[in-house]
Write a protein that binds this ligand. Structure first.
Ligand code: 4AD
Length: 432
């Protein structure tokens, strides 16, 4: 007898098969037991008919408790009533691991309780759907960059030089030296771009931010492409093409997950239309002021209500261009005619999901960068290697970073970024 996974049911209609599964739920009448079966690939129903199986099999089916693991044997049949389309007519059940008093019942639970049980909560159909969308975004990311001649390069995680300022660093001992967990691989990716042309990284990054918002994680995954011989305008085109490709991939390959999450496909479809609108930081401040935001002045960074208002003025992701130099990182290219702004852009997702991409064209002048490093009180010695990139064949180059979990949160249409990570690290949480 062949052992199959639920997702492959369509290829085994009429066959008797064996499936390893868990009991997600169960209901029974006097004559039939309906087992909601889950094997990690999909959910479907196992039907146990009293008159068609030995009495002990029917009694066992009726006694199964939530999350008991079982070997199920039976015949795969079409089931036109369920969206999945298939079910199994059960003939045999063998219990593998019992499960008593499973803590996560079908009733409502509070967030803290669920977070304490994240290792079990992951088994629910909603979490399954979110992780499928995450998996699709990861898969599509590799497809997009591989199709476009990018080379995947892995920057270090233990670093001595930092890209995004020194306020939110995780410090650790590196023998008799200080080291930090990477906040961004960017500086190393710039070195890689000057070696390989177009590169991307995809790895964990860490920020000791004391932010307790629905958009902030302490540990998150970032995709950081870096492109030699590219100015900002070309980089923006790569960014919008990449994001539209992610949206289309989720639409094409996450049908079931989108159903479970009740995500409106028509809304998502709009996000595949290019180009995405662009407004300058100056225009964004004007827009906010005209609409009653008295708490913003030119020079301030945007908070989440500001980003949400700007995003709601468009029906697609929007780029905000050229922020004040004083609130941005040291490595950004200065504007050719203004010394108060830099050549950068943030992509703000619609529907209040906030910034999903931060990027810029990089400063390429050695002396300007050295001055910036000094102005930002960074340790010059640690950036000597970075300045080498401007000493030996410096070229225009641009890059950006997309936050994986924020993108998952947005495309899945969920409330909080914590559900977009299997084991989120939050300000007050490192368990489980
Ligand atoms: O805007 P950020 O800080 O940009 C950089 O790190 C650049 N060095 C990237 C580059 O040019 N190579 O972060 C980029 C993205 C944000 O837009 C956001 O999506 C995500 O990373 N991000 C976070 N996601 C979750 N929790 C946090 N605390 C995040 N901080 C940034």
């Amino acid at each position: 007898m062949e052992q199959i996974q639920i997702i492959d049911s369509k290829n085994h209609v009429g066959e008797t098969v064996k499936i390893g599964a868990w009991i997600a739920n169960k209901r029974s009448s006097g004559k039939i037991a309906f087992l909601q079966l889950r094997d990690g690939t999909a959910y479907f129903q196992g039907i146990v008919v009293k008159s068609e199986v030995p009495e002990e099999v029917f009694q066992l089916a009726k006694s199964l408790t939530q999350e008991t693991s079982v070997w199920i044997t039976g015949e795969i049949r079409e089931d036109s009533r369920s969206k999945f389309g298939y079910e199994i007519g059960v003939t045999g059940i063998e219990v593998i691991g019992e499960s008593h008093d499973y803590p996560i019942t079908p009733k409502e639970h509070g967030t803290d309780f669920l977070m304490d049980h994240r290792h079990l909560w992951l088994r629910s159909s909603r979490q399954h759907a979110i992780m499928q969308i995450r998996n699709e975004i990861i898969r599509a990311t590799y497809e997009f960059f591989n199709n476009n001649n990018f080379v995947k390069i892995d920057p270090p995680i233990l670093t001595a030089s930092t890209a995004e300022g020194t306020t939110d660093l995780f410090e650790t001992n590196y023998f008799d030296q200080k080291a930090y967990l990477s906040q961004s691989g960017q500086l190393y990716m710039e070195a890689a771009a000057l070696a390989f042309g177009k590169v991307f990284s995809f790895g964990p990054t860490f920020r000791a931010e004391k932010s307790k918002t629905r958009r902030h994680l302490i540990e998150f995954w970032m995709i950081e492409p870096e492109m030699a011989f590219m100015h900002q305008e070309e980089s923006l085109e790569v960014q919008e093409q990449y994001v539209a490709f992610l949206v289309q991939s989720v639409l094409d390959n996450c049908d079931h997950a989108l159903d479970v999450l009740e995500r409106d496909r028509e809304v998502l479809k709009k996000y595949t239309q290019l180009p995405f609108p662009r407004i300058s930081y100056d225009e964004a401040v004007e827009l906010l002021k005209k609409n009653g935001f008295d708490d913003i002045e030119w020079g301030d960074d945007f908070g989440s209500p500001h980003e949400t208002f700007i995003a709601n003025s468009f029906d697609r992701p929007v780029f905000i261009l050229n922020y004040p130099k004083a609130i941005k990182a040291f490595y950004m290219k200065p504007h050719p005619t203004r010394d108060d702004v830099v050549i950068c852009a943030d992509m703000i997702a619609p529907e209040g999901y906030g910034e999903i991409i931060g990027g810029s064209e990089r400063a390429i002048d050695h002396d300007y960068l050295l001055e910036q490093i000094r102005n930002h009180n960074l340790d010059e010695k640690e950036y000597s290697w970075y300045l080498d990139l401007r000493r030996y064949g410096s070229v225009p180059h641009s890059g950006f970073g997309l936050g994986l979990e924020r993108t998952v949160t947005w495309l899945a249409g969920i409330e909080h970024v914590r559900e977009a990570s299997p084991f989120p690290r939050l300000l007050n949480r490192i368990y489980p």
